[in-house]
Ligand binder design. Structure first.
Ligand SMILES: Cc1cc2nc3c(=O)[nH]c(=O)nc-3n(C[C@H](O)[C@H](O)[C@H](O)COP(=O)(O)O)c2cc1C
Length: 189
């Protein structure tokens, strides 16, 4: 199969579109982040890559706490807005009509309307160049009660939003199921 080189760049799919929350000067602020992912299971940790000038990063450094909010496809407008304006100039919470709540860390603001919220304490901050990789220990997880089937969070009810990155540059939901995990591979075993 022929391959085309497209330069060294962080190109992977899918990319999430999370809302990262932090208190900046005691006021809740949220920014959109696609460069984020699970970092460890025990203890549970998540990473997010924030560019140096982000107002949100200022709040993360101030309190050493932050939140990762998983929005649903219904929140595309708010997700995009939080990714194109800075909290240094506007109150994004007011514009987006976010209902903000706090958990046990008390300084990591979370968005009630997002189906999943991870409340995190900063464990590491790595200055990697253009971005600071913030690695947070997940201290608590909140899931909207209407997003469960039985005892488990149900991704079909959560309906997470993804970002397709450039050049298509759109928000999308999950596609159709392809195969059963930890099962379809057995056909090759
Ligand atoms: C879809 C999308 C994904 C983004 N992902 C990131 C990211 O992973 N890291 C980052 O630093 N900025 C990212 N941004 C840009 C920030 O969200 C944007 O600069 C925002 O205005 C910063 O807000 P703040 O200054 O209030 O912190 C993204 C923007 C969009 C629209």
């Amino acid at each position: 199969m022929d391959k085309v080189k497209v330069n060294a760049q962080p190109l992977v799919y899918p990319m999430p579109a999370f809302l990262i929350g932090a208190n900046v000067e005691k006021r809740a602020n949220f920014m959109t982040a696609a460069w984020s992912g699970i970092a460890c299971g025990e203890p549970p940790m998540i990473s997010v890559a924030l560019r140096h000038p982000r107002y949100t990063l200022k709040g993360v450094e101030e309190n050493m706490t932050f939140s990762v909010n998983v929005p649903s496809v219904d929140q595309a407008r708010e997700v995009d807005y939080c990714g194109i304006v800075t909290g240094a100039k506007v109150d994004k919470v007011a514009v987006c009509k976010f209902k903000v709540f706090y958990g046990k860390l008390e300084t990591a603001p979370m968005v009630q309307q997002c189906p999943i919220n991870l409340e995190c304490k900063v464990e590491h901050m790595l200055d990697l160049g253009s971005h600071v990789l913030v690695i947070g220990k997940i201290e608590e997880v909140y899931v909207s009660s209407n997003c469960f089937t039985g005892d488990h969070p149900d991704v079909k009810k959560i309906r997470p939003i993804m970002w397709t990155t450039l050049p298509s540059n759109v928000y999308q939901g999950l596609g159709p199921e392809v195969a059963k995990a930890f099962k379809v591979g057995l056909e090759l075993k």
